[in-house]
Design a protein around this ligand. Structure first.
Ligand code: FER
Length: 285
């Protein structure tokens, strides 16, 4: 990993806005929700920006990323230093009001149900309010701009990200699962069902019709992370499909990057460092 991000003062600060939108909860009722939207310093509505959606972990909410680590300061400083191109970052939630208390049971289902909300409700609300590369905020416009859109998340947010890869690759070109595996086969299946999980992802990628230079995955975790075993097992199995998941450093020659940070644990401050490392590699195609 390059030098770690150090939290500190910065002259050029971006701002946080909120976008409200309507969606449908697990009971089929219309409910109001919001997501936070980071706008880079000097955001100019005349210019298009890349956009990165970043999901919280289990039990979190749309604010979790912003109040659990210096995400905003990291973005401000990375942009001010010229390491990161100005972009829009959205922190939503996969929970919907009226669907019960957070908990491991039903959690996977929520990350899956969120995939429809993401494209039909959240992206249209955000990308009609702020200027991204989407020529229109409907499926067609979102599809046309997929290489300017990323999705990442921590823990259950990583589970959400693998689901986005499987369900929403038509609208997203870049994926950043952080300290969490793919549960398509079973819960924690990255270690218990490594081979089947990797094959499932491989099949999803092939069936999407996109070539390996049309989707990018950067997954990171720490050796002290409770998700390490799952992510490590899954990455090893994915590398058995080298035509689909092409091993790369910083996407130089391939579409699949991974990093295991020595000693890092399952917590926002460590995971924020991963975003710092990986985000500058996005949106280069
Ligand atoms: C993992 C993926 C998700 C993991 C844990 C989670 C232990 C989520 C945990 C939670 O929300 O409590 O690989 O490893």
């Amino acid at each position: 990993m390059k030098v770690k991000f150090a939290h500190g003062d910065v002259l050029n600060r971006g701002c946080i806005r909120q976008v409200s939108y309507q969606t449908v909860n697990g009971q089929g009722e219309r409910v109001g929700k919001y997501a936070n939207v980071y706008l880079p310093c000097g955001y100019d509505p005349e210019k298009p920006y890349n956009i990165f959606y970043l999901m919280h972990g289990g039990g979190g909410n749309a604010d979790a990323w912003l109040d659990s680590c210096p995400l905003k300061n990291m973005l401000d400083r990375s942009i001010a230093d010229g390491e990161l191109e100005p972009l829009i970052v959205v922190t939503p939630s996969y929970y919907t009001p009226g669907t019960g208390e957070p908990g491991m049971d039903g959690e996977y289902h929520k990350t899956l149900a969120f995939q429809k909300e993401l494209v039909e409700d959240l992206m249209p609300a955000v990308e009609s309010a702020y200027h991204t590369y989407a020529p229109s905020a409907d499926r067609e416009g979102l599809h046309a701009s997929r290489m300017h859109r990323g999705f990442g998340g921590f823990s259950m947010g990583a589970v959400t990200t693998w689901n986005a890869f499987i369900r929403n690759i038509d609208y997203i070109g870049y994926f950043m699962p952080l300290s969490g595996d793919c549960w398509a086969i079973e819960r924690l299946g990255g270690s218990s069902q490594s081979e089947k999980t990797a094959r499932y992802l491989h099949d999803a990628a092939v069936q999407s019709g996109y070539k390996p230079d049309e989707y990018f995955i950067y997954t990171l975790t720490g050796t002290g992370d409770i998700a390490f075993k799952q992510v490590y097992g899954q990455v090893g199995a994915m590398l058995q499909f080298p035509d689909t998941f092409v091993d790369a450093t910083g996407f130089n020659a391939g579409n699949f990057c991974y990093h295991f940070e020595e000693g890092a644990v399952h917590a926002y401050p460590d995971v924020c460092q991963y975003v710092y490392q990986a985000l500058p590699c996005f949106f280069k195609k």
